[in-house]
Each structure stands twice: as C-alpha cells, then as structure tokens.
Design a protein around this ligand. Structure first.
Ligand code: AMP
Ligand code: GLY
Length: 423
C-alpha cells in the first residue's frame, strides 16, 4: 500500500519512523517532510496547507491512505477532500476537527454532556467578556476561540490584565481566531496529555505523556509548543485513565456520532488532574508534538495497521501493545525561541549522538544545504531515548544532547523532573 504522511515536524518524523517499519506499507511519501524524514520516506515539496496539491499528488501516486499529522489541514477539511476523491484519510473531518478548531464548540459539547471541564462563557463582545471575567476568581483564563498555533491562551493574574487580554483578542492579536473569545475558570492541578484512537464508535486508549510547555528550567519563561516530554506520566494512574475514558473521551465520541458528525482519528485530551480527578482543558485532533515522539518509541504494535483500522471502523479488533520501558525526549531549540531566533546555523554530531544507547533523534525544524544540516525553525531537534525508568531515559537523552554540536541551540536540562521527583 502507498501511504502519504502530511507534515514536517518532529511529530511527523516520529510517525514516519514508525510507519516505515510497517509490513503493510510498500511506499511511504511525506509532504513536505524534512531531512530526517527523508531517511525513511520520500519527501515531496507540497505544503501541508496546499489541499489541492496534496489531493492531486495522492491521486497521481495511487496513494491508498493518507495520515495527517498537524491540525491546520484537518480543520481546513483535508480529510474530507481526500475521502471525496476516494482516498482513505486518518484524521477527522472538518466538522470533527472543530473539537480543536473552536474552543467554544468544545466547551458547549462538554456542558451538554456533563463532561468535566472549567466553567466558561463564550463572547463576541468585549464589554460582556470583561464583565464576566470580573465575576471569576483570579487568575482568570482568556482564550481566542480558533486556532492560534498554541498561543491563543492568556492566564491573567490581575483584573487589568484580563481586560487587556480580552481587548487584544477582539483587536485582532490572533487574527480571526479571536473574533470570538472564551473566558474561563482557572484550573489548578497537574497537567498531562492522554491519547486515544477512535473510529467514531470504538475508543481505543493509547498511553499518556507529560510535556513541558515553558521555555526554561523550573517551568519558567514563556509558553512554547513543548520543550520536552516523557511517558509514562506517573500522575496518569490507571484510575485516572479509566475516569478519562469513561467521563471524557467516550461521552465525547458518542456525542459527536449522535450529532451526525462522527469523530475519527487521534483524540488528544489535555487534562488537568487534581486529587485523582481529571478535567478536560482542551482537545486536540492529532498527536501532540513532542508527546508523539515518546509514544512512538514505546509502541510495540504496528502503527499503520492501527491507524487504518481507525479509518475503517475496525478498532474493535485492535489491541495495542506498548513497551514497559519509559521514553523521554528533549527538544533542542534555536536560541531566542519562542521569540525571535536566527535560522541557518549548522548542526554537527547528530550521527554520533544517535549511536548512544537507546537513543533516537527526530528532526523538526531542519533543512539540508550543500550537504550540511542547518537549523530552519524554532524547535529543531528532539533527542529521544528509552530506559527502564524515566530517570534512565533522561540520563541517556542528555548524554546524546551533549554530543550534538550546535552552539546556536539550547534546551532545558530538567525534562522529566516531576516524574523523577515522585521516585
Ligand atoms: P491550550 O492552548 O488550551 O492547551 O492552553 C495552553 C495552556 O494554558 C495549557 O496547556 C494550560 O497549561 C493552560 N490552560 C489553559 N486553560 C486553562 C485553565 N482553564 N486553567 C488552567 N490552565 C489552563
Ligand atoms: N505539546 C502540545 C501540543 O502538541 O499541543
């Protein structure tokens, strides 16, 4: 079977690495891919947002199955376009992807079905939004309704900051994503990411992970797309996973089917857990990045078979197996990220670093020019390792990080601290 993977980040490198080992795939393409992905798939220079180009390419190359990595093409309707052309696609329809594409939509669905989440209201008017924010305890959370590349959430510590956040959103700080604003209660607790696969009816739990969203050690500094991740996450006990399935994921999938817009694909629940009780912070309609990198390292079963079963409504017949070993990934980013940073610096020593015990290096923002590997984005490398414990995986990952020769990069040195502190 010919398979096309969409995307170009570390998540897609991990997916490509897993898919390329599948006995059911004869040819793996990736659009647009990156130099790391090029080692396991044939990269084609079509942007993830070029829906026409992707559909045309899939038809021309007789692609039977397309795996869509990032959220933007899903929200834009790529899965619908491919399916209409007779090509199977993994990932929800545009209507299904609303679970990530509109925070207000997701919150209303939770309210209707008693799914535990923060108290909230939706607004199209700044005065009313500010008035409601004044009724909630501080800090208060202000969110742009639409996709904002992970940046559309402001946690305001003062009333004035909350008002400023509301104004900035209605003034277009996040473009059309902020035409509607969600004001919600702040949840405290420990965050974790829980992943499931669904075919619209069956919900197959995967495993959980934790990432580190802040840029600097000690969870300080600005929010990023994620500076590192590990799995398993000790806070996600079997009891918490069970509650997440029965109170959050299963009612959501049932509600989407009931509405006539069944949800198929990866469902990623961002959770806040306090005293063993999970609440939903947000849904994503795709794998997490960098959480996917640690999931891929722990997956024993064939990924392609599981994803195809989700597309075909056959998840009831699938049983996923995972390695007991832990996995941990350290993101190496360009200095300055998530603010301004330079592109084009050379990265050396990757091959040597990748030879370290238990290590796999996934590339995210890289490019190749004149035989040299260059940084081409904010998050550039994901140095990933397995070990019998999170502590061992971390020690191995940093041993490899120390061999990477890239003075223009930086990373956090404390990935996994929560899991390690718990012993
Ligand atoms: P999101 O883009 O929805 O993932 O939000 C980004 C981050 O903001 C989350 O990972 C949380 O750390 C934080 N966050 C969002 N909503 C809340 C909330 N209601 N309470 C506390 N933290 C939140
Ligand atoms: N690592 C967080 C995300 O993928 O949304």
């Amino acid at each position: 079977m010919n398979v096309l993977l969409i995307g170009s980040g570390g998540r897609e490198h991990a997916l490509a690495w897993s898919l390329s080992a599948s006995p059911i795939i004869s040819k793996l393409y990736c659009a647009p891919g990156n130099p790391g992905i090029a080692a396991v798939a044939e990269c084609v220079a079509i942007a993830a947002g070029d829906l026409d180009g992707l559909v045309a390419f899939a038809k021309e190359k007789k692609v039977a199955f397309v795996v869509i990595g990032p959220e933007a093409p899903l929200v834009a309707g790529l899965a619908d376009r491919l399916e209409a052309a007779g090509i199977k696609a993994l990932g929800p329809s545009a209507k299904g992807a609303m679970l990530e594409g509109s925070k207000g939509f997701m919150k209303d669905l939770c309210a209707e079905h008693d799914i535990p989440t923060a108290a909230y209201r939706r607004f199209r008017d700044s005065a009313r939004a500010k008035f409601f924010s004044d009724t909630l305890p501080l800090p208060v959370v202000i969110k742009a309704d639409g996709l904002a590349a992970g940046k559309g959430v402001i946690i305001a510590e003062t009333r004035a900051d909350a008002h400023k956040a509301v104004d900035s959103m209605f003034d277009g700080a996040f473009g059309t994503a902020g035409a509607e604003v969600v004001v919600e209660e702040f949840l405290d607790g420990e965050e974790a990411s829980f992943f499931a696969l669904t075919d619209g009816k069956h919900v197959l739990p995967m495993i959980g992970a934790q990432d580190h969203k802040r840029a600097f050690d000690g969870d300080q500094g600005p929010n990023t797309g994620g500076m590192g991740a590990y799995s398993p996450a000790p806070v996600l006990t079997d009891a918490v996973a069970e509650k997440t399935m029965s109170r959050i994921l299963m009612p959501t999938v049932a509600a989407m089917a009931e509405r006539g817009t069944p949800y198929m694909g990866v469902l990623y629940a961002g959770l806040m857990i306090k005293n063993g009780e999970p609440k939903l912070i947000e849904y994503n309609c795709r794998f997490g990045d960098p959480e996917c990198q640690v999931l891929a390292m722990r997956l024993k079963s064939d990924l392609a078979t599981a994803l195809l079963a989700a597309r075909d409504g056959m998840l009831g017949a699938i049983d996923l197996r995972w390695h007991d070993d832990a996995a941990l990934t350290v993101v190496m980013a360009a200095k300055g990220y998530p603010g301004e940073y330079e592109k084009g610096s050379e990265i050396r020593g990757l091959d040597e670093a990748a030879k370290k015990n238990g290590v796999q290096i996934f590339q995210a923002g890289t490019t190749r020019r004149d035989g040299k590997l260059l940084a081409a984005g904010g998050r550039v490398l994901n140095v990933t390792a397995t070990g019998t414990t999170v502590a061992e995986a971390r020690q191995r990952a940093y041993a490899a990080v120390d061999v990477v020769d890239w003075p223009q990069g930086f990373c956090r040195r404390d990935i996994g601290w929560r899991a390690i502190a718990r012993g």
